[in-house]
Design a protein around this ligand. Structure first.
Ligand code: GLU
Length: 478
């Protein structure tokens, strides 16, 4: 049987560095065994999924240098590769489970579920109490036919344990009394992650599920689904989570997590991939530098260790330095062009400075802020916190605005201005004051080309990074 693995990102935000990490190990494992690597888009969360995020994920994975054999953009024999286009499959599969009694309709209203949760507060199990599990089939069919709203839940066994083998962890056991009767199909007819994921992995012939550790607690539900569907389950491999220096799960508060940031900050994709390859895995002894081809050649999960790998920007930068230095001069020039010294980017800068420039020798000093990464705020320190404000006000404002920008996909200057005005209103600041603080945080200057045009050209990743760092800096300053 040939190896088939997949990466299954949800397009609900920025392309995450953890997605590249998991994709790398799937890719390497597939290539090692002459198998296929599939990209599937898990957009079952209709409210949060966006086409823009999907496009950003594909672009970022291509940038790191991982290519897939089947996916939404290139198709393949098991398509469509976007879950929103596979609804009927989930509905017809789940109908089989309702018919066999392995799943049931639940008619409980949101109010009843809220009451139930309130009653369960403090108890060890706060999942669904099983009220509708006992509803007789005829009654259930009748109520559904009469138009009553329902979800479909998995009838998890209420006694015993669910066990499975994880390649990295050995036997894993879960007490069934602690596992919820998972919703499989929502009241709008869309599947939840659990149903769609299992149906797709089965239908797409996935042989090994290599995913992050955070999904381990979902696995008993998936194991039960394979069982009641009568399908054989794939092999489970739950990879360690990337961690911040303090060992907490990697998070944007402590580390940039968007792949677009790494691109914008001038990391070489091959250095990033190499670094991700050292997260929990080693090629031999303490050797850290290796190419993708070398990783494939040497790959085995036996060299994986489970202690949470710390993702360290300083170490990554050192690895990037190695890769940069290994290029010859014209190699570096072409990388700089691809990064930000190419015509496309320069053309975006010209409109920002053309009215102010008298001689060409002013162009570089005037646009320096577009080519640097993290900034030093000392020059604007005394202006950042206005007399009527505290450092905390300014920090809260910047960090709050970053949160607003996290969900702001449209980064055109007009959309940014609207977002800034809305945020100023929300925190009851004069928009002009907010604009000034944002200007200083994004550029470390008081005078810049027009603010929102500048932010648009800097791009979401650099802007958010600088605003966050400036907010933290203001907060820490004595
Ligand atoms: N959609 C899930 C995610 O965003 C996929 C998890 C899995 O690989 O099963 O990571």
């Amino acid at each position: 049987m040939s190896v088939r693995v997949r990466i299954a990102p949800s397009p609900t935000g920025d392309p995450h560095v953890g997605t590249a990490y998991i994709a790398l190990f799937n890719y390497v494992f597939a290539k090692k065994h002459g198998g296929q690597f599939v990209l599937r888009i898990e957009d079952t969360d209709r409210a949060r999924s966006t086409a823009d995020s999907e496009a950003a994920i594909l672009r970022a994975l291509r940038w790191v240098g991982l290519s897939w054999d089947e996916g939404p953009d290139i198709g393949g024999p098991h398509g469509p590769y976007r879950q929103s286009e596979r609804s009927e499959m989930y509905q017809s599969e789940v109908a089989k489970l309702v018919a066999s009694g392995a799943a049931y309709r639940c008619f409980c209203t949101a109010e009843r579920l809220a009451e139930m949760r309130a009653l369960a507060k403090g108890k060890s199990f706060v999942g669904y109490d099983g009220k509708c599990r006992g509803v007789d089939r005829n009654e259930s069919d009748g109520r559904a036919a009469a138009g009553e709203a329902f979800v479909i839940r998995l009838a998890m066994p209420k006694t015993g344990e669910t066990t499975f083998t994880d390649r990295l962890r050995g036997e894993v056991r879960f007490d069934n009394t602690q596992i919820d009767d998972q919703i499989l199909l929502k009241s709008d007819g869309f599947p939840t992650y659990h149903l769609a994921n299992v149906v797709d992995d089965h239908r797409m012939g996935i042989t090994h599920v290599i995913r992050a550790e955070e999904w381990l607690s979902s696995t008993p539900k998936h194991v039960e689904l394979y069982k009641v569907f009568g399908w054989s389950a794939p092999e489970w491999i739950h990879m360690p989570l990337l961690r911040n220096a303090d060992k907490s799960k990697i998070s944007k508060r402590k580390n940039p997590v968007s792949l677009d940031y790494y691109r914008a900050a001038g990391f070489l994709p091959e250095a990033l991939l190499n670094y991700l390859g050292t997260m929990g895995w080693s090629i031999a002894g303490d050797r850290e530098k290796f190419t993708l081809a070398e990783m494939i050649e040497a790959f085995t999960f036996d060299r994986m260790s489970l202690g949470g790998p710390v993702f360290d920007l300083v170490k990554l930068s050192a690895m990037n330095a190695d890769y940069l230095r290994a290029l010859d001069d014209s190699g570096i020039v072409s990388r700089l062009r691809e990064w930000r010294l190419g015509d496309d980017y320069l053309r975006q800068l010209v409109p920002l400075v053309r009215q102010r420039i008298q001689r060409m020798d002013e162009f570089v000093p005037m646009t320096e802020l577009f080519f640097s990464g993290d900034l030093d705020y000392t020059p604007v320190a005394k202006d950042l916190v206005a007399k009527n404000r505290t450092a905390k006000d300014v920090a809260d404002c910047l960090l709050g605005f970053v949160e607003a920008l996290d969900v702001q996909r449209d980064f055109s200057h007009a959309a940014l201005e609207a977002a800034a005005r809305a945020f100023a209103e929300k925190i009851a600041w004069d928009p002009k004051e907010l604009f000034m603080v944002v200007r200083m945080a994004a550029t470390a200057r008081k005078a810049t080309p027009p603010l929102f045009e500048t932010l648009a050209v800097l791009g979401r990743d650099l802007v958010r990074r600088r605003l966050r760092l400036c907010g933290e800096w203001v907060k820490r300053r004595p």
